[in-house]
Design a protein around this ligand. Structure first.
Ligand SMILES: [Zn+2]
Length: 386
């Protein structure tokens, strides 16, 4: 996944590649040195604000070659990547720790440091890797820069491509998406579906990690090697939790964007940054962290799927989506658990249905500049799919 700009979309085409056995060790060693060199270069670039190639070259080129043993061209790729990472980190107002690479890798400039020939990728330094399988749909578009990763014993090459964005259709209606901690309600005045979130599943692994950490932080346990094993296990659990969220966000966004495309609807979602800010004020618990991560990843994946599939997207302000009556805009009053009722027109529904209807309504206003009247009788069609 990646962002695009006017008219073009940047895709990363991933493929498994495999080096000749005799060069396996040498390549992995180079990629490990590159990772260390990159982490060093990121720090230097940020500390010295060396965001230009000239400045970075002066500060880093000889160190990257001598201390990390990188070939000349790869040393240049290395500080170029460091500049790109530093720029995006500095440009993020919510930046956390200085970013760093964990996986052995190589950043490759198109044509200079790598090229694709038949079913092989050739990398500067005499490496030749066989391509095991790839998505041939984008073969017609020129290759951009690439990243080679060594993960779980496998080499993965990601080549970036710029492809034209598909044209967006004129929507026949709205598919509103409401997100809360337990589930996602997707629908409009004619239909409604609910998807579970993955927060509970991910939380399970966060708790496992926490228990292990507690158990082995007692003074009784001091064997370093054993701790190291435990530490890896703890990290594994954290990673597992994040992967569950990512996988869920990807699949859920795909399902709901496909649904929108099938019916030629525009997808309407709330402006999530505000929601995230309000969640951020809660105590720092795993649940809160995972909720923020879920919102953010789902938001990004929905937008991406929409761009990729030519589905129009409408972002509405989140304020009060479940407070106002979707029929007459009057204030709603509580009427039992998670249910609300309008004192003026008598309309009644649960919170999530209300949120969906209100998002739909706001999106219609935003799109047409006027309200398309909703028909209350259509509410009988509401059918949660789980
Ligand atoms: Zn009402």
């Amino acid at each position: 996944m990646s962002s695009g700009d006017e008219g073009l979309l940047t895709l990363t085409i991933k493929m498994r590649v495999s080096p000749e056995p005799s060069l396996f060790k040498e390549l992995v060693s180079l990629m490990k040195r590159y990772r260390e060199a990159l982490n060093h270069a990121i720090k230097v670039v940020i500390e010295n604000k060396a965001l230009s190639l000239g400045k970075a070259h002066k500060l880093l080129y000889s160190i990257l070659k001598e201390r990390y043993g990188l070939p000349s061209k790869i040393a240049i790729d290395c500080y170029r990547e460091a500049i790109a990472i530093a720029k995006s980190w500095l440009g993020n107002p919510n930046r956390g720790r200085v970013p760093g690479a964990k996986t052995p890798r190589l950043w490759l400039t198109n044509k200079y440091s790598y090229r694709v020939r038949d079913s092989y990728v050739e990398i500067l330094g005499g490496f030749r890797l066989r391509i095991i399988g790839w998505d041939k749909r984008y073969d017609a578009y020129p290759n951009g820069d690439a990243i080679l990763l060594f993960k779980d014993g496998k080499f993965i090459l990601g080549i970036s491509k710029r492809v034209p964005k598909p044209a967006k259709y004129i929507p026949r209606g709205i598919l509103a998406v409401d997100i809360n901690e337990k589930h996602i309600a997707v629908g409009n005045s004619k239909t409604e579906h609910r998807f579970e979130t993955a927060i509970r599943r991910a939380l399970h692994y966060k708790h496992l990690a926490e228990e292990l950490q507690k158990k082995y932080s007692s003074p009784k346990c001091s064997a370093w090697l054993r701790r190291r094993g435990i530490l890896n296990r703890v990290r594994y659990f954290h990673r597992k939790a994040r992967n569950i969220i990512e996988d869920w966000a990807k699949k859920t966004s795909y399902r709901l964007v496909s649904m929108a495309k099938q019916h030629q609807y525009a997808v309407a979602r709330e402006y999530l940054t505000g929601l995230i800010e309000s969640v951020r004020k809660l105590p720092k618990e795993h649940r809160v962290g995972l909720t923020i991560l879920s919102y953010r990843r789902l938001e990004q994946w929905i937008d991406w799927q929409c761009e990729k599939n030519g589905v129009p997207i409408i972002v509405v302000e989140p304020r009060g989506t479940s407070i106002a009556c979707p029929m007459c805009s009057s204030k709603l009053i509580e009427n039992g658990y998670r249910r609300l009722r309008c004192s003026r027109c008598g309309f009644e529904a649960d919170r999530d249905t209300l949120a969906v209807l209100n998002i739909e309504r706001r999106a219609l206003v935003q799109m047409w500049g006027a309200l398309t009247p909703l028909n209350a009788s259509q509410m009988t069609d509401v059918s949660p799919n789980r």
